[in-house]
Write a protein that binds this ligand. Structure first.
Ligand code: T3D
Length: 261
């Protein structure tokens, strides 16, 4: 499938999805939401894809919902339904994708763009990247999973502060607050993202996927339930070729060659 609002590239086990409406700082219109869902689902179906990178073209990551499209809506338009049919499907597809997703946050991530950024698993921010919960500026509440992701990552007081002030959180502060894994200077940003993606793509991606499932599920489990679920998933990981290869490589004092199965 060819896309209108995103770019899709697949090289050496790494799929890169680039939000590509740079004139709006990659604001989401309905086509872009739909195309992103399709691209992430395509990654989930393709065993050749071992890691996904999500980034933006131009100087922004994403400015969130396209406000020109919002203004063009009629009075009867249901935002709730728009969220349910669009952003929710995108966020759930990303969270349910059992491959690591690297968020390459190249610039500002605002509104729903911030929610989508937080639905990635490893977040690398360029020095000039920032996060803005722009919703209250337009009289809305955070959505696209932000009420779920943000307090869990940075705590409720900071999350609420960002929501009500809509002030920019810079990359360095985001690192200190645990919102991103690494900040890279602009000239090293692409190389840093590529190095993360290649490393993850060469890893035991079946185990990476099961780890993502276990950690996501654990939020809503008791300790007993989490332990039981770990044991259940480890049964699968323990029967994998990658487990056998990892043990053998250790004993033979060589680097493992994981196949993702
Ligand atoms: O509706 C539903 O379905 C519910 C879902 C809602 C989810 C949401 O995301 S609500 C929040 C929507 N997003 C915003 O409110 C953010 C709006 N943008 C900004 O506040 C600023 O652009 C930024 C803080 C992100 C960046 O500021 P700055 O100064 O770096 O850039 P800029 O000059 O404001 O923007 C550059 C261009 O992008 C500009 O166009 P121009 O003047 O060069 O032709 C601007 O209009 C355009 N742009 C930026 N954000 C959006 C946008 N165009 C459409 N929609 C946008 N969200």
């Amino acid at each position: 499938m060819s896309y209108e609002t995103i770019l899709f590239d697949q090289t050496d086990g790494v799929a890169t999805i680039t939000l590509n409406r740079p004139e709006t700082l990659n604001a989401f219109n309905d086509t872009m939401i739909r195309e992103c869902i399709d691209a992430f689902k395509r990654c989930g179906r393709d065993p050749q894809v071992r890691c996904v990178v999500l980034t933006g073209s131009g100087r922004g990551f994403s400015s969130g919902q396209d406000l020109a499209a919002v203004q063009a809506r009629g009075q009867e338009f249901s935002i709730g339904e728009h969220l349910r049919q669009g952003y929710h499907r995108l966020i759930k597809t990303m969270v349910g994708l059992e491959r690591p997703i690297v968020g390459a946050i190249n610039g500002v991530a605002a509104g729903a763009g911030c929610g989508v950024a937080l639905a990635t698993d490893i977040r690398i921010a360029a020095e000039k990247a920032s996060f803005v919960l722009a919703f209250s500026r337009v009289g809305l509440i955070p959505d696209s999973g932000l009420n779920w992701f943000l307090p869990r990552i940075i705590g409720q007081a900071r999350a609420y502060q960002l929501a009500v002030t809509a002030e920019k959180l810079g990359a360095q502060q985001a690192l200190e607050w645990g919102l991103v894994n690494q900040v890279a200077p602009m000239e090293k940003f692409q190389a840093t993202v590529a190095s993360w993606a290649q490393r993850l793509a060469q890893g035991p991606v079946l185990a990476y996927g099961l780890t993502k499932r276990a950690m996501n599920r654990a939020w809503e489990q008791s300790l007993d339930q989490a332990l039981a679920y770990e044991a259940y998933l480890q049964e699968t990981a323990g029967r994998s070729l990658d487990h056998r290869e990892g043990v053998q490589a250790f004993l033979e004092k060589r680097a493992p060659r994981f196949v993702g199965a």
